[in-house]
Design a protein around this ligand. Sequence first.
Ligand SMILES: [Zn+2]
Length: 100
Amino acid sequence: MQDIKYQLCPLCRTDAKFYFVDYENRKYFDCENCKRYQISIGAERYLTTVGSEIPLEISKFSSQSEDDEAVVILLSSVASTEYPQEKISITRAKKSELKL
Ligand SMILES: [Zn+2]
């Protein structure tokens, strides 16, 4: 049983559901606009510092997932101050490959 919580989607800022995964290091969101994605606590915090353009781009990418897919959003170790979006790694994965 998952403990479903509610907060504004960190990507599109509408009401969304999530529960914690990976020992509360990540949140697994289910958003009407962005569909399903996992985001690390660090990546979520980072996205609050970059304005709305990058989160909305990720939202668009995530919204194109198939039903059996989810997007994974993590902080990237190859950080670059020149291209801040490179601090984030975004990958589409099969839900069956994720710990949910
Ligand atoms: Zn959303």
